[in-house]
Design a protein around this ligand. Structure first.
Ligand SMILES: [Zn+2]
Length: 381
């Protein structure tokens, strides 16, 4: 063997276990027992009484210790420190997070600080973040602070379909928006021999999971949205959640991201659209990626059909934009092309000018599809 530059290997990452079904709060001990004997359960306030009523007695019955602590609302260093100290004080050896994105990210950070296994229980299916080894940390005031890259994925993710279906439909839709982009980004990353979220070459497994994720969304969206509109669980709902939380997470982490998420990241500087969900912005980013890659019309039409059926927005004005200020969107385009982001995983060279033109075009395309679906949106200035 001669000394040469080491080859970047392919990589695959995933939670050790993914459990999906209704009524999982009472089944918490079945999962916790594999990772520890004393759980600190970090909880969103709305679900805390249910955890006290269902999970704590079940843990006690199984001979395990458990205690609940209310999450204070922000994933910031002071909250991470507070909960880490509390976990130590209580002798916890496994961290459980029950709630929305910030609760789960805080639980990821606490488990990382204490080097304890982590069990996550998302109460909404609005993105694929629960399965990914990454947390977003904010300042005490709620501004973005930094990404926390974790050495490990959660030990287990429990998707309780009865709780997820009971949440407002907009969250379920946003999860579909995030997951719709996964296959197209993974394919772009694979074609360009790019870098996945592990910093490795994209794996065939990641691409395959991303494809399965897309096929499931295409085949189940109609029936799943019918059920979700009445907050009930059906097989189509369960299968869709498997795609939006698990397959999309593993597909994007092991397969890699590309233009759709890079444009999403750039869009975070636009004040007007701060209240849009992650997945609602990602679907717009995906439409821009289609423009950049000049994706065949049949493919675009199929994705648009799924997005419309999921009730997703396709235009910037639906995301909350009041006025299109070109300088602001030039900045978005520039940020999307930053070398730290994932635009470099596109198979062709993309410049900020290309991205700006794609944003303008994607919005007209969105207006056209909305009008064709009988949902006319006002034109932007
Ligand atoms: Zn995403």
């Amino acid at each position: 063997m001669t000394a040469s530059t080491p080859v970047v290997p392919r990589g695959i990452a995933s939670p050790s276990k993914f459990i999906i079904g209704p009524g999982l709060l009472a089944q918490l001990p079945d999962v916790v027992k594999d990772f520890g004997t004393n759980a600190i359960i970090i909880c969103d306030p709305f679900i805390l009484p249910h955890v006290e009523r269902e999970s704590l007695p079940a843990l006690a019955k199984a001979g395990l210790k458990g205690s609940v602590e209310k999450f204070n609302g922000e994933c910031c260093d002071s909250e991470i420190k507070r909960l880490s100290a509390l976990a130590k004080e209580r002798g916890a050896n496994v961290v459980v997070g029950v709630g929305g994105g910030k609760t789960l990210d805080t639980s990821k950070a606490v488990s990382h600080a204490l080097k304890h296994p982590l069990v996550l229980y998302p109460t909404i299916a609005s993105s694929d973040a629960p399965c990914i080894a990454l947390a977003v940390v904010y300042t005490d005031e709620g501004a973005f602070s930094h990404y926390l890259h974790l050495p490990q994925n959660p030990s287990a993710v429990m998707a309780d379909t009865s709780v997820i279906a009971g949440a407002p439909a907009r969250f379920f839709s946003a999860g579909i928006g995030d997951a719709l982009a996964t296959y197209f980004e993974a394919q772009a990353c694979y074609d360009s021999d790019g870098t996945n979220l592990l910093g490795k070459k994209p794996s065939r497994t990641g691409l395959g999971m991303a494809r399965l994720c897309y096929d499931i969304l295409r085949d189940n969206v109609d029936s799943a949205m019918d059920a979700i509109s009445r907050n009930v669980v059906t097989d189509a709902v369960t299968t869709t959640v498997e795609a939006t939380i698990y397959l999309s997470g593993v597909g994007s982490e092991s397969g890699g991201l590309a233009a759709a998420h890079a444009i999403h990241d750039g869009m975070t500087v636009v004040e007007d659209i701060h209240h849009a969900q992650h997945g609602e912005k990602v679907i717009f980013g995906l439409m821009c990626q289609f423009v950049l890659a000049n994706t065949p019309r049949e493919t675009v039409d199929e994705v648009v059909r799924i997005a419309l059926r999921a009730g997703l927005p396709l235009t910037l004005q639906q995301l909350g934009l009041k006025k299109f200020v070109p300088a602001e969107w030039r900045k978005v385009a520039e940020l999307a092309c930053s070398p730290d982001d994932t635009m470099g995983n596109m198979p062709m060279k993309i410049t900020p000018d290309d991205v700006y033109n794609a944003i303008v075009t994607a919005n007209v395309m969105g207006e056209r599809h909305m009008a064709a679906a009988g949902k006319a949106v006002p034109k932007l200035d």
